[in-house]
Structure formats: structure tokens, C-alpha cells
Write a protein that binds this ligand. Structure first.
Ligand SMILES: [Zn+2]
Length: 334
């Protein structure tokens, strides 16, 4: 009678692993708004020490540096990796990211929606992908003006839009409604908790070819001058990244054929100017990028230089299209 426990074990393992029809290649873009290199590379530092309890000081992205950094490539530090928009402001930077070139606007309020195809749309059109294959879940409502010029063609999970089709489970639909009621203290966004869980749920349920999860709590706490909350949101991002990578590791061939890219849209001012950005533009353009998974050399921190404008051609290259510019270094598909 040994076969029965074996069968039970087998079935429970089967139930836990997501089986994806789609085997890839796939790309996930995970962006955190307004995160400084200071906190990403070094931790909390001396300037803010008195605002934090002892146990809150020090390294922030601990799980990342311990478990994941060496499995991929980390660009940045000093001015080695920079944003390609004219100013260190969110919407111009996200538009530069999805278009592969800078748009004319320099302030969020002056930025019209993108007028040309985003990289998500180009990949979708070129590979004849379905609506459910390309998805964006974002906390900040203005991400809609960078994600696509025609949002109806992709799964639009940008706050406050509701996704109401078969790509959503009962639990996800419930979470989506809760996120529209349980709003943060700032305008124009939902809390990152909801955005992340919706994005992760979407990944597991639908195995998308392209997924962008865009978080914003970090930038909002920064503007409010709440350093402990800013740091807490970053430690939460560290955990989210770990969960995302765990999910991919449990997804068989789909996970193996997926590249994950993590980055931010701009840095922030130094010392007493840390709350804002777009002021001392030379340093606030210095950001970081982590890539891991399919096609990425597992070499950890590198000294290579790069620009956020290279993300678009990198996505095109990874998805098998001819890139519209120079892809990021240390990425090579066999
Ligand atoms: Zn901001």
C-alpha cells in the first residue's frame, strides 16, 4: 500500500506548481519609484540615523544582496547607469523607458500620453500576442501615459482601472475592489500591497509574455519626508522581489524562459534635499538596474555603463525581435 502516500504527495506537488502553456521567452519589468542608489547599494546611512530605531538602520535590500544579486547583473553606482529622460521626474522617465528615447516634457503635469507605440505594444504587435499576454499593474495612475498609446489592447491594471475578464481569479477581483477603497494618504494611486499581489496573481494565473509591475509608495513617502516609512517600503520591495523570484522558480519552463528586470525611474536629492528630485538633476539621474533569468550573465555588480533608453532594445532583443538600439551589457541569448 505504499503507492497511496506517493500518489498523494505527487498530486499535492502538482497542485502547487503552476503549469504554463506558454514557455516563452518572457520578460517581467518590476519598477520601484524614486529609489536612491544610497538605499539600494548601501542602506540607511548616517544622515538619517536619528530618525530610525537602531534595528531599522543599516542594509535595506538584505535578501536581495544575500540571495539574488549574484544570480544576475547589477548596473549602477556613481553615474554608471543613468536615466535617459531630460529630467529626473517620473513620467518623463517612464516614457523614455517604454519608448527608448526622451519625450519633450520635463514635468509630470506637462506630459501628454505617449504618441508612439511603447515597447509593450511593439512586442505585442510583432509577435501577434493576445491581450492577456501583455499586462501592466501599476499603483500610480499616470503609468497609463507611458505603458501604451492604446491601453485597450493590453491588460490594463493601472489604478484606478479595473480588470474584469477571465484573467482574474475570484481572489484577485476581491483584492482589486479592496484596493479601490483602502486608498493611501496621497492622491492618484493605490497602495503598493494591492498592486503587487494583483501583479503576482496575474503572473501565476496567466503566464504572461510581458508583465510590468510598477510600485510607488517609496516616492510618496519620500516627498512626505517620512524616512522610516520610505525605508519600510523599500524593505517590503526586497520581500516582493524575493517572492517574485520564488514564484518564477516554481513555474517550470515558463520560469526558466523568463527574464526579470528591476529598476527605478529616478533617484532623489542628497542629504537635506532627499525629499525631492528633479532639482540637482545630474545626481538624480543616477539609478540602478538588476536583471536576472534567461539571457543574463550571473555576475553580480558590474562596472559597465548604461542608460535607461537601452531597456526598450533589451526587451526587443530578449523577445526575439531585432533591437531598435543598443541592448544593455551582459545580456546574451544563446
Ligand atoms: Zn516623485
Amino acid at each position: 500500500m505504499k503507492i497511496i502516500p506517493f500518489l498523494i504527495l505527487f498530486c499535492s506537488l502538482q497542485a502547487r506548481a503552476t503549469v504554463c502553456e506558454n514557455r516563452g521567452p518572457n520578460v517581467i519589468l518590476f519598477t520601484w519609484d524614486g529609489v536612491r542608489g544610497q538605499e539600494f547599494f548601501r542602506g540607511t546611512g548616517a544622515f538619517h540615523a536619528l530618525e530610525l530605531k537602531k534595528e531599522e538602520r543599516g542594509e535595506i535590500f538584505s535578501t536581495f544582496w544575500k540571495k539574488h544579486a549574484g544570480e544576475g547583473m547589477v548596473l549602477g553606482g556613481g553615474n554608471r547607469y543613468k536615466i535617459g529622460s531630460r529630467t529626473a521626474v517620473s513620467l518623463p522617465s517612464y516614457q523614455a523607458l517604454t519608448l527608448g528615447k526622451a519625450t519633450a516634457c520635463t514635468k509630470n503635469k506637462d506630459c501628454p500620453p505617449i504618441q508612439e507605440e511603447s515597447v509593450l505594444e511593439t512586442i505585442q504587435r510583432s509577435l501577434h500576442l493576445q491581450k492577456k499576454d501583455v499586462a501592466v499593474f501599476a499603483s500610480w495612475n499616470r503609468i497609463q501615459d507611458a505603458a501604451a498609446k492604446n491601453l485597450e489592447l493590453i491588460t490594463n491594471g493601472v489604478y484606478p482601472n479595473r480588470v474584469l475578464d477571465e484573467t482574474m481569479s475570484e481572489d484577485m477581483l476581491k483584492l482589486q475592489e479592496e484596493g479601490l477603497k483602502d486608498l493611501p494618504e496621497w492622491n492618484g494611486s493605490r497602495k503598493d500591497h494591492y498592486t503587487f499581489e494583483l501583479g503576482l496573481g496575474y503572473l501565476k494565473k496567466n503566464c504572461p509574455r510581458l508583465l510590468w509591475i510598477s510600485l510607488v509608495d517609496s516616492d510618496e513617502y519620500g516627498h512626505e519626508g517620512k524616512y522610516p516609512e520610505y525605508v519600510r517600503s523599500l524593505r517590503q520591495y526586497d520581500q516582493y522581489l524575493d517572492r517574485l523570484l520564488k514564484a518564477l522558480a516554481s513555474m517550470g519552463d515558463y520560469g526558466k524562459q523568463t527574464t526579470l528586470i528591476v529598476t527605478t525611474d529616478h533617484s532623489r536629492g542628497a542629504g537635506p534635499l532627499w525629499r525631492g528630485h528633479g532639482v540637482t538633476k545630474n545626481t538624480e539621474k543616477n539609478i540602478f538596474l538588476f536583471a536576472t533569468g534567461r539571457g543574463v550573465k550571473p555576475i553580480g555588480r558590474v562596472d559597465d555603463r548604461g542608460l535607461s533608453l537601452q531597456v526598450r532594445p533589451t526587451l526587443e532583443y530578449l523577445m526575439g525581435l531585432s533591437p531598435s538600439g543598443q541592448p544593455l551589457p551582459n545580456i546574451l541569448v544563446e
